[in-house]
Design a protein around this ligand. Structure first.
Ligand SMILES: NC(=O)c1ccc[n+]([C@@H]2O[C@H](COP(=O)([O-])OP(=O)(O)OC[C@H]3O[C@@H](n4cnc5c(N)ncnc54)[C@H](OP(=O)(O)O)[C@@H]3O)[C@@H](O)[C@H]2O)c1
Length: 316
């Protein structure tokens, strides 16, 4: 099978499409033929060697959409379409940007019978799971509340806007210029360019009940929330620095990690299938474009996810 892997940590150029033996299915696992995966910052952190990692070669990719082709568990039968998110495994070496993936059912959400996922659905897997956790566990959003999403143009922010609207909250967005239109189309009442002149007034407004910070400095945005309001920070590394401001402003602020969970992934898969959540793809690549996707991540000017379309593989 093909797999995108690297033999040492470093820049995007270490990523290669290579030929690998198919994974051996262990008791309790399913074998997934993948359709697509997304590129996210966590992949970049692993590739750079910023997270604990094990033996080389290492594979890349944290999430995927695919179809189960073999099963050694009663939990999922072959033919089922699944959304997969791997955990932050210590010494992790497997990734999702591979042709075949052996994975535990606890890391799979089930698409409803009769729905065939599209490549773009992968834009809502890891980003959607993070947004779900930010809204449900982080800010515990309620109908009628007002929420601000900062960094709304990425996969997390665009999913957060849709989920907040679906539960009856009002949402405003701060994003890059390229994403403002999508933020409004997906349900934001107002969307501002994060480079705009009105940012300092908005930051001090104390206008919101809830805040999701997916980009920018959390401490700068906490004063946009009323005293007693809540904030969820999706960049765990940025959270500790915001604690003094959270205490001063009286905002309950928590870090949010995507993690993995089959029930939450199944919840997401159902909503994707029903069209309740709309995937936004900023750019598509084939597996031989993963290095380019890594290089372009964080370059700005994007809206939505960077997706790897696994059907675009040249035969090795
Ligand atoms: N993607 C995932 O699945 C995932 C999962 C778990 C955690 N996370 C974390 O969640 C955060 C967001 O990730 P993401 O992948 O959704 O987003 P992303 O692709 O990193 O995009 C962030 C968006 O925010 C905008 N932005 C940049 N600087 C900003 C600022 N100072 N204020 C407001 N907006 C700004 C960018 O616009 P420009 O075009 O102008 O740069 C871009 O559209 C990251 O910290 C990531 O590590 C992501």
């Amino acid at each position: 099978m093909w797999a995108v892997q690297y033999h040492r940590c470093g820049g995007p150029e270490v990523l290669r499409v290579e030929d690998e033996p198919a994974p051996r299915l262990r008791e309790g696992q399913v074998l997934v033929r993948t359709l697509a995966s997304a590129v996210s910052r966590i992949d970049v952190m692993y590739r750079r060697g910023r997270l604990p990692h094990g033996l080389f070669p290492k594979q890349t990719g944290f999430d995927a959409v695919g179809q189960v082709v073999d099963s050694r568990t009663e939990a999922i039968v072959p033919g089922t379409w699944v959304a997969v998110v791997l955990g932050l495994e210590p010494l992790r070496s497997r990734g999702t940007t591979v042709e075949l993936l052996a994975v535990e059912p606890s890391r799979c959400g089930l698409f409803p019978h009769g729905y065939t996922p599209r490549v773009e659905d992968c834009a809502l897997v890891l980003g959607g799971l993070t947004a779900l956790r930010a809204l449900r566990d982080g800010v515990r959003i309620r109908p009628g509340e007002r929420m601000l999403v900062v960094g709304a143009g990425g996969p997390v922010g665009l999913a957060a806007i849709q989920m907040a609207r679906a539960c009856g909250a009002g949402v405003d967005a701060v994003a890059g210029r390229a994403a403002l239109h999508s933020c409004l189309t997906l349900g934001a009442a107002e969307a501002w360019d994060h480079r705009g002149t009105e940012m300092s007034e908005l930051r001090a407004s104390q206008r919101y009940d809830a805040l999701v910070v997916a980009a920018g400095k959390p401490s700068e945005w906490l004063p946009a929330v009323r005293r007693g309001g809540r904030a969820a920070i999706t960049d765990g590394g940025a959270w500790p620095g915001s604690i003094p401001t959270a205490l001063r402003t009286g905002v309950r602020s928590v870090p949010v990690a995507a993690g993995h969970g089959s029930e939450e992934l199944t919840w997401l898969a159902r909503r994707i299938a029903r069209g309740d959540l709309v995937p936004v793809v900023g750019r598509r690549y084939g597996p031989d474009g993963v290095a380019r996707a890594h290089a372009e991540l964080g370059a700005g000017g994007t809206c939505g996810a960077r997706i790897i379309d696994h059907r675009q593989t040249r035969i090795l």
